[in-house]
Design a protein around this ligand. Structure first.
Ligand SMILES: [Zn+2]
Length: 268
């Protein structure tokens, strides 16, 4: 897609369903909802929002960054994997969330039950509410997912019946887990090797395209900011080889993209 063809509104609105063909493997983003992020408080900027002077399109009319909440369905020959579990069928008003957050809305995944169908495994990038919501509710209304093994990073606080995954472990043919701690102790990212394209699922090592330009910015929820920066740097290195694209599921309606000249360039 030519950058000029991209609607400016997509930088500050919740994601819609989008798919990307990798060659033999397809990645589909399915939206569950969104959460509003306070543009200064989210990155502990002490009220200073001058970093956004060059990127006003990232800020919605509400004054927030819009972080989409959703899942990624990976489909290869004979296998299907779901990455993350959304917020679930719930909404939280702004005055009941954290000062760095506005409203949180979930539940959209219910309308994609037939798309999701049966999966072989669910990989949870980490155990925050906006990534494990449907799993904690037993996947009610999404019966093809409930019985699948749930995989989570070795060091992540999580239910005991979820299987543990190590750095470098192959989860499916061409799908490898990468330990990217910092946002949480056991945060996982994924590298997906298609025949034509390589996809890096960055998880919550990034929350906004602004962090592609200013990688030292950490979410106020990061448990270990130094390790978060290291993990973000590792992700940026993983994104360097030609033919590599990324899935950044919190990036408004530009969840698939690549890094070009130090900026996020949406694809799909
Ligand atoms: Zn998140």
């Amino acid at each position: 897609m030519k950058s000029g063809a991209l609607s400016r509104a997509r930088w500050a609105q919740p994601a819609v369903r989008r798919s990307l063909a990798l060659g033999g493997i397809t990645a589909t983003y399915l939206p569950d909802g969104y959460v509003e992020l306070h543009p200064a408080r989210w990155f502990s900027l002490d009220g200073a929002t001058s970093l956004y002077d060059d990127r006003p399109e990232l800020i919605a009319s509400s004054g927030h960054l819009i972080a989409s909440i959703g899942v990624l369905l990976l489909e290869g020959p004979g296998w299907r994997i779901l990455v993350d579990a959304g917020l679930g069928p719930t909404s939280v008003p702004a005055d009941a969330t954290h000062p760095a957050l506005g409203v949180m809305r979930g539940g959209g995944l219910a309308s994609f039950a037939s798309v999701i169908g049966e999966v072989d495994a669910v990989v949870l990038t980490h155990a925050h509410d906006d990534h494990v919501g449907w799993a904690r509710r037993g996947w009610a209304g999404l019966p093809g997912v409930a019985g699948a093994p749930h995989l989570v990073g070795r060091d992540e606080p999580a239910p005991g019946d979820w299987e543990r995954v190590d750095d470098g472990q192959e989860i499916a043919p061409g799908v490898t887990a990468i330990a990217t701690p910092g946002h949480t102790a056991g945060h996982l990212s994924l590298v997906v090797e298609g025949d034509e394209r390589r996809l890096v699922v960055v998880g919550d090592t990034f929350h906004s395209p602004l962090q592609v330009e200013v990688p030292h910015l950490c979410s106020c929820f990061d448990v270990d900011p130094a390790r978060s920066r290291d993990s973000r740097a590792r992700m940026l290195r993983e994104l360097e080889p030609p033919g590599t694209v990324a899935a950044a599921t919190h990036f408004a309606d530009v969840p698939f993209g690549r890094v070009r000249a130090g900026r996020w360039e949406p694809v799909a």
